[in-house]
Design a protein around this ligand. Structure first.
Ligand SMILES: [Zn+2]
Length: 85
């Protein structure tokens, strides 16, 4: 990800409506964010697997926010608060 996209995403996350997926993404390091996005874009990785991975990061203390059930699915289908179009 380039600097502009990163800046754009950080602004959108702070100012726009956001789902819990965006909240945890904002907590991640740049490297983790790239890996997270790669997983989100991979149709072979199930929503539930991503949610469990995020919960594990939460339980390990790496994330302070939790992702709710179904949030990953909605985010991937762009039906969540932070996705438009
Ligand atoms: Zn979202």
């Amino acid at each position: 990800m380039g600097s502009f996209t990163a800046a754009l995403e950080s602004v959108a996350t702070v100012n726009g409506p956001k789902c819990s997926v965006a909240v945890v993404r904002a907590e991640m390091s740049a490297d983790d964010r790239v890996e997270f996005q790669t997983a989100l874009d991979d149709p072979n990785i199930q929503h539930a697997a991503i949610e469990r991975a995020l919960l594990k990061l939460h339980d390990d203390g790496k994330l302070t926010s939790r992702v709710g059930q179904g949030s990953v699915a909605r985010h991937r289908k762009r039906e969540c608060a932070c996705c438009r179009g």
